[in-house]
Design a protein around this ligand. Structure first.
Ligand SMILES: C[S@@+](CC[C@H](N)C(=O)[O-])C[C@H]1O[C@@H](n2cnc3c(N)ncnc32)[C@H](O)[C@@H]1O
Length: 208
């Protein structure tokens, strides 16, 4: 493209489109490095992200914890839902994605770390009460003992009326919930994701 002073410039994209492009590239690169831990070649869609966030009640006291932030589509939806950044932590083990999240979201607490270390991280960061754990980790493709441990640690940290939220491409519950003493409280599905997906919310029996 030529500018009026005769110099040559490249066609420019909006900053949001450029950021989206960087995010998608970063996500795909991370998938190539770690297919079982990333488990998808593209980030969650806006539709799925909103469904996931709709399971969280931002008015409840306590922290919202997102496990596996990736490039942040669900982080965006949770902030739009009204989750207070001061009580919102995103845990991401991939250093490049954690840095991307920090640059994109200056306000929530972004921690580069492994969900398996959540207890030590919570202690270090002063997280006492947890209102919701939004799990973006691919529980189905992780080794079972690792997935189980992450679910167990999440539930041990969660308030009695808290929610554990997991999204999945499967038609069935992504959690064998009977083994963990929780029950499904709500399931929402969307066709507007690649592939179509569902967001499940679990809680302790008898809680609203
Ligand atoms: C399926 S991607 C989801 C990313 C994003 N939440 C989304 O919906 O697009 C899973 C993410 O979890 C991260 N992850 C995998 N295992 C992890 C672990 N043990 N602790 C923290 N993050 C992990 C991966 O690096 C990846 O960013």
């Amino acid at each position: 493209m030529s500018s009026t002073d005769g110099s040559t410039t490249t066609a420019s994209r909006s900053p949001a489109a450029a950021e989206k492009g960087v995010g998608v590239g970063l996500f795909f690169a991370s998938y190539l490095k770690n297919p079982l831990k990333v488990a998808s070649i593209v980030p969650s869609s806006r539709s799925l992200s909103r469904l996931v966030a709709s399971h969280v009640d931002p008015a409840k006291p306590g922290w919202v914890i997102e496990l596996g932030g990736g490039t942040g589509p669900i982080t965006t939806a949770l902030l739009e839902r009204g989750v207070a950044p001061k009580r919102f932590m995103v845990l991401e083990r991939d250093p490049a994605m954690a840095q991307f999240l920090r640059d994109k979201f200056p306000d929530p607490v972004i921690v580069e770390g492994d969900a398996l270390d959540m207890k030590a991280i919570f202690e270090r960061e002063g997280v006492t009460q947890v209102n919701a754990v939004v799990c973006g980790l691919p529980l189905i493709s992780l080794p079972r003992e690792i997935g189980d441990q992450i679910v167990q640690l999440s539930l041990e940290s969660m308030a009695k009326d808290g929610r554990f939220i997991q999204y999945t491409y499967s038609l069935f519950s992504p959690l064998q919930y009977e083994r963990f003493g929780v029950v499904p409280v709500s399931v929402k599905r969307t066709l507007f994701n690649v592939p179509p997906a569902a967001a499940w919310a679990y809680g302790f029996p008898g809680t609203k």
